[in-house]
Design a protein around this ligand. Structure first.
Ligand code: FES
Length: 102
C-alpha cells in the first residue's frame, strides 16, 4: 500500500497533553501531544470507541468508553490481552502544519 504524508492539523494546534482524531484515507488516527507528537490508530480494539478524547497521562491514553489503556508511542494495550497493539504512524510538525504518514 502506498503511504503518503497528509496534513492533519495546523502547526501547534494540538494542545499539550491532549489529542485529536483525524481521518486519513478512511483510517481514523489519533495524534497526541505529550513529550512530542505521537500518532496511533484511534479505533479502540475493544468496541471500536475513539481513544482520541480519552484521558492522557504519562504517555498512556485511556479509552473513554471502558477504560482500556494504550501506550501512545507503541500503540500497545497495557492491560487485559497483552498482544493487542494499535497501529502506529509517523508524525511530523512542519512549518505549515502537522503531517501524518498513512
Ligand atoms: S471501546 Fe475502548 S475500552 Fe471499550
Amino acid at each position: 500500500m502506498l503511504m503518503d504524508w497528509v496534513k492533519v492539523a495546523e502547526r501547534d494546534s494540538i494542545k499539550k497533553d491532549s489529542g485529536i482524531e483525524c481521518d486519513v484515507g478512511g483510517i481514523k488516527i489519533a495524534v497526541f501531544n505529550q513529550d512530542g507528537l505521537h500518532a496511533i490508530e484511534s479505533t479502540c480494539a475493544h468496541q471500536e470507541g475513539s481513544i482520541a478524547p480519552g484521558v492522557l497521562k504519562d504517555g498512556v491514553i485511556e479509552c473513554p468508553l471502558h477504560f482500556w489503556h494504550y501506550d501512545i508511542k507503541t500503540g500497545k494495550l497495557l492491560d487485559y490481552l497483552k498482544d493487542i497493539k494499535l497501529k502506529t504512524f509517523r508524525v511530523e510538525q512542519r512549518d505549515d502544519g502537522i503531517y501524518v504518514e498513512a
